[in-house]
Design a protein around this ligand. Structure first.
Ligand SMILES: *Cc1c(COP(=O)(O)O)cnc(C)c1O
Length: 372
C-alpha cells in the first residue's frame, strides 16, 4: 500500500477535467506562431474583459498585500440592488464552479444522490464524485434536459438536481414553463441548482424571471458568473442566489477568502459596464449568424444554441471527428472535442471575433475536404 491507495476509491476514480488547450501549448506542438492561433475552446469573451473592470483591477493591484474583503460587501450590495434580493441571499464564489462545489459539500454525503442530465456541464458529476455521492445521469432529449424524466429520477436519497439553462456544451434552453413545472413538482427536500452562466447572452424574449421564483421556492439556487459575458474568466468570480438559510450554510463552508481582491473589484465594475455587455451580446448574435450560415453552407449539422458557442456534428464515425479536430489544430484553430460529454461525433466552437469565426470556417472546410 502506498499513501495514494488510502485515498477513497471515489476520489481515485475521478477522471481529470480536460480544459481547452492553451494557445502557447498548441503553438509549441505545431510549430505555429502563437499570434496566429485562434482559441475558440473555452467560451471566453472574444472582446476580452470589460474596460471598466480592467481599470478597477489595475487600481486594485496596489492593494494585493492585504487580504480581500472576505464578506464581499460591496459586490454583494451591488448584486442585491441589481437583482432585488437581500445580501443574505448571496453566496460569492471563486467562479460559479466554486458555488456548485459548495452546494455539493453542504447538501451531499456518501449515500446521497444528485441528478443531472446527460450531456450537461462536466463540473456537476465532478463535484458529486468528490463527495463520494451518487450521480444520476438522465438521458437527454434532443440534446436538451428532459425535465420530466429528471423529476422522475429523484429518489428519497436525492438532495441536489443540477439544471443548466442554457446548457454547456449543447446550448439548449429549458423553457420557463418547463422549469416552473419542475420547481412546482420537485420535493422541497431537494436543492435545485439552476445554472444560468450564459443568462446575459439570452435575447430578452428568452429570459426567464427566475430570480422572482426564489420567493416561492426555498429550495432553489440560481448560479451566475462573471466569466462569460463580462469577460473575467481568469479572475474567477461567480455567485449564487438562494434562500438566506441555504446561503448561510454555504457561506459557512466556503474558504473565508474564496474570492480574491482583484476579482471582487473587476466584478463590481463590470456589473455596471452596460455598454460592454451590450457590445458583447451584439457581437455574439452576429457571430452566431455567421457560424450557423457557415455550417449550413458546408452541410454541417449543428445544435441551435442559446450560449456563446455552437456544437456541431461531423458525419461518419467518431474517428472523422477526431481527424477534423486534429486538422483544425494543425491549422491553428482550437475547438473543444466532446468525448467526455458522451458526444464523440461533436465538436464545440466558441463564437469569436468576425475574422476568428471566418478562419475557423475556412479551416473547417479544409478539414472536411481532407476526409474524402
Ligand atoms: C462556463 C460555465 C460556468 C462558469 O464557470 P465559472 O466557474 O464561473 O468560470 C458555469 N456553468 C456552465 C454551464 C458553464 O458553461
Amino acid at each position: 500500500m502506498n499513501l495514494c491507495d488510502f485515498a477513497p476509491e471515489y476520489i481515485r476514480a475521478i477522471q481529470p477535467y480536460q480544459p481547452g488547450k492553451p494557445i502557447s501549448e498548441l503553438a509549441r506542438e505545431m510549430g505555429l506562431d502563437a499570434s496566429s492561433v485562434v482559441k475558440l475552446a473555452s467560451n471566453e469573451n472574444p472582446l476580452g474583459a470589460s474596460p471598466l473592470a480592467l481599470d478597477a483591477m489595475i487600481h486594485t493591484l496596489h492593494e494585493v498585500a492585504r487580504y480581500p474583503d472576505g464578506s464581499g460587501f460591496e459586490l454583494k450590495a451591488a448584486l442585491s440592488k441589481r437583482y432585488g434580493v437581500d445580501t443574505e441571499q448571496i453566496i460569492l464564489g471563486n467562479g460559479s464552479n466554486d458555488v456548485l462545489d459548495l452546494a455539493a459539500r453542504v447538501f451531499l454525503k456518501q449515500g446521497a444522490a444528485a441528478v443531472y442530465s446527460q450531456h450537461a456541464f462536466a463540473v456537476y458529476p465532478l463535484v458529486v464524485q468528490t463527495i463520494g455521492a451518487i450521480g444520476i445521469s438522465v438521458p437527454a432529449r434532443d440534446y436538451g434536459h428532459d425535465l420530466v424524466a429528471m423529476l422522475d429520477a429523484i429518489t428519497p436519497e436525492t438532495r441536489i438536481v443540477f439544471i443548466a439553462s442554457p446548457n454547456n456544451p449543447t446550448g439548449t434552453l429549458s423553457s420557463a414553463k418547463d422549469l416552473l413545472h419542475f420547481m412546482e413538482h420537485a420535493s422541497r427536500d431537494v436543492l435545485v441548482v439552476l445554472d444560468e452562466a450564459y443568462n446575459e447572452y439570452l435575447p430578452e424574449a428568452n429570459k426567464t424571471d427566475s430570480i422572482s421564483w426564489l420567493k416561492r421556492f426555498p429550495n432553489l439556487i440560481i448560479t451566475r458568473t462573471f466569466s462569460k459575458v463580462y469577460g473575467l474568466a481568469g479572475v474567477r468570480v461567480g455567485y449564487g442566489l438562494a434562500h438566506p438559510d441555504v446561503a448561510n450554510l454555504m457561506n459557512r463552508v466556503r474558504q473565508p477568502f474564496n474570492v480574491n481582491s482583484i476579482g471582487l473589484a473587476g466584478a463590481l465594475a463590470a456589473l455596471d459596464d452596460h455598454e460592454f455587455v451590450q457590445r458583447s451580446y451584439a457581437l455574439n448574435r452576429a457571430g452566431m449568424m455567421q457560424l450557423s450560415d457557415g455550417f449550413r453552407k458546408l452541410g454541417i449539422e449543428y445544435i441551435p444554441s442559446f450560449g456563446n458557442f455552437l456544437t456541431f456534428r461531423i458525419a461518419g464515425d467518431a474517428e472523422n471527428t477526431q481527424k477534423v479536430n486534429q486538422s483544425l489544430l494543425q491549422q491553428g484553430v482550437i475547438v473543444r472535442p466532446l468525448g467526455i460529454y458522451e458526444m464523440p461525433h461533436h465538436l464545440r466552437v466558441t463564437i469569436g471575433l468576425e475574422p476568428e469565426n471566418q478562419k475557423f470556417l475556412k479551416s473547417l472546410e479544409y478539414a472536411i475536404g481532407e476526409l474524402v
